[in-house]
Design a protein around this ligand. Structure first.
Ligand SMILES: NC(=O)c1ccc[n+]([C@@H]2O[C@H](COP(=O)([O-])OP(=O)(O)OC[C@H]3O[C@@H](n4cnc5c(N)ncnc54)[C@H](OP(=O)(O)O)[C@@H]3O)[C@@H](O)[C@H]2O)c1
Length: 328
């Protein structure tokens, strides 16, 4: 039996619950590939799982980690078109904090030549979240205006670039001027410091009173009323995070008057077929931009495997812009 190093959560709590353990090296099943992990990306879901409030979905590994990059170590039965040694990145429902991970081949993309393989670890979860919500769900189009809350985060950094590339006007919120400057440098057209000004008031000014066609929201309850207020006619609010709570009152009348929609999604719990569709859309929409260099992977900091708890501490501090990456 071959073993590998992995990280598990020993109980629920702060970064101190992370522990390095020896686990069995996975064997790829039919339709799967085994990836030798070069690096994994941190996501807020990892932190929520660490705190014990976001358990892995049924059937998923208890090892955390929703995205990796690496090289193909071996392929399972029935896998064609991908071979050992190829540089890849993958979307996972768990298991990324390890030296090896097995994943259905439909959730794997080849990393373009010009892209650093370690940086590519932070691509799949954010790209899949952004492409599925902005384009497949909310139908963002050229000429639309989109408001991105948390513009300087991992999701926000990718969303800014993909929305700009699609020809949308992009507004962001963030907690300080440094983060706003970072978003503007990524291509955002306007930034709102939500600690200094009311984001709804400012959004209406920046859109000449028209409001926005799409909102990608990571705050939830606390922003619901203001988000509905700034939606344009036929607009869509997609809630993907609950950093400001889950329960709020909704003025359905305001929604009806605008023929607007409010929806929520999670990526991790979607059935495999849906995830494969999303990854195919990422291949179409985001991978070419990555290959030509117009989409940048915004990596804030890399940590070595033994310092994964420090990486979680840094994530918890909220000081980061873009992604935090760990190399096993
Ligand atoms: N539903 C899904 O499928 C899915 C998938 C992936 C991620 N997510 C969610 O998306 C969110 C972002 O994930 P991430 O990986 O990008 O995390 P991240 O890098 O930590 O970014 C989170 C951002 O939220 C911002 N924020 C927090 N409170 C805010 C507020 N009141 N107003 C505006 N911005 C606020 C923070 O920026 P400031 O310092 O500027 O406040 C931070 O930049 C998380 O809530 C995560 O759970 C959902």
């Amino acid at each position: 039996m071959t073993m590998m190093r992995a990280i598990e959560y020993q109980g629920a709590g702060g970064p101190e619950v992370l522990a390095e353990v020896a686990r069995l090296k996975p064997v790829p099943g039919p339709g799967e590939v085994l990836i030798k992990v070069e690096a994994f990306g941190l996501n807020r879901a990892d932190v929520q799982q660490r705190k014990g409030v976001y358990p892995p979905p049924p059937g998923a590994s208890d090892i955390p980690g929703l995205e990796v990059s690496g090289t193909i170590e071996s392929v399972g039965q029935g896998v064609a078109g991908i071979s050992e040694g190829q540089r890849v990145c993958a979307l996972l429902s768990g298991g990324g904090y390890a030296q090896y991970v097995a994943v259905p081949v439909g959730l794997v993309l080849q990393v373009p030549e010009n892209v650093d393989l370690v940086d590519a670890a932070g691509f799949m979860e954010v790209a899949s979240t952004v492409v599925s919500n902005l384009f497949l769900e909310a139908g963002l189009e050229q000429g639309d205006t989109v408001l991105l809350h948390g513009g300087a985060g991992g999701i926000g950094s990718m969303a800014i670039q993909l929305a700009v590339a699609a020809g949308a006007k992009v507004l962001v919120t963030a907690s300080n001027e440094e983060k706003i400057a970072y978003c503007l440098a990524l291509g955002a057209h306007g930034g709102i410091n939500y600690r200094e000004e009311d984001f709804a008031e400012r959004t209406m000014v920046l859109t000449d009173g028209a409001g926005v066609d799409v909102i990608l929201d990571v705050v939830g309850a606390k922003y619901l009323a203001q988000n509905v207020r700034v939606l344009a006619n036929n607009g869509t609010l997609v809630v993907i995070g609950l950093q400001g709570g889950a329960k709020a009152e909704l003025n359905i009348g305001a929604l009806m008057a605008k023929r607007a929609r409010v929806m929520g999604t999670t990526l991790r719990a979607r059935p495999l077929a849906q995830k494969e569709e999303i990854v195919a859309a990422v291949r179409e929409r985001a991978l070419p931009l990555l290959a030509e260099g117009s989409l940048k992977l915004s990596v804030d900091r890399r940590f070595p495997f033994p310092e994964v708890a420090a990486a979680h501490e840094y994530f918890d501090s909220g000081r980061h812009t873009g992604k935090i990456i760990v190399t096993p």
